[in-house]
Write a protein that binds this ligand. Sequence first.
Ligand code: CMP
Length: 136
Amino acid sequence: MSDVEQTLSIIKPDAYERNLSDKIKAIFLKNNLSILNSKKLHISKDEAAEFYKVHQSKPFYDQLCNYLSSGPIEVMILEGENAILKNREIMGATDPKKAKDGTIRKLYGISIDKNSVHGSDSAENAKIEISFFFNK
Ligand code: CMP
């Protein structure tokens, strides 16, 4: 049975500023994830804090919000079979040093902060994150 899902992807400032958007999008398309909608943005620190509020108790929260608001990003809705898990596999581990060969973070990530991409981690968060950027 097919299970077509949507998930949110963000091309983070480190990847955007190195002009990696097209290369990253090509990886999504090659893995049968279609890009339904995308936009370029430069969000404020308050918006980043709202987006990442699930992490507000973490020691790296402030740094994380500063980082996501530090430069332009591209946000997009990906759609495909098992898109949420598939996108997480394509991205690789959060820490690029631990990511498997061929994953986006292994290819392009610089550090655990500058790890090039974000992807929703569950169906519930995918809904919340998509509406954060696209249903306002
Ligand atoms: P992301 O998938 O966007 O979700 C939260 C982000 O927090 C994560 O990617 C990392 O870039 C960032 N982060 C910074 N430090 C840590 C850490 N120690 N553990 C997990 N995530 C971290």
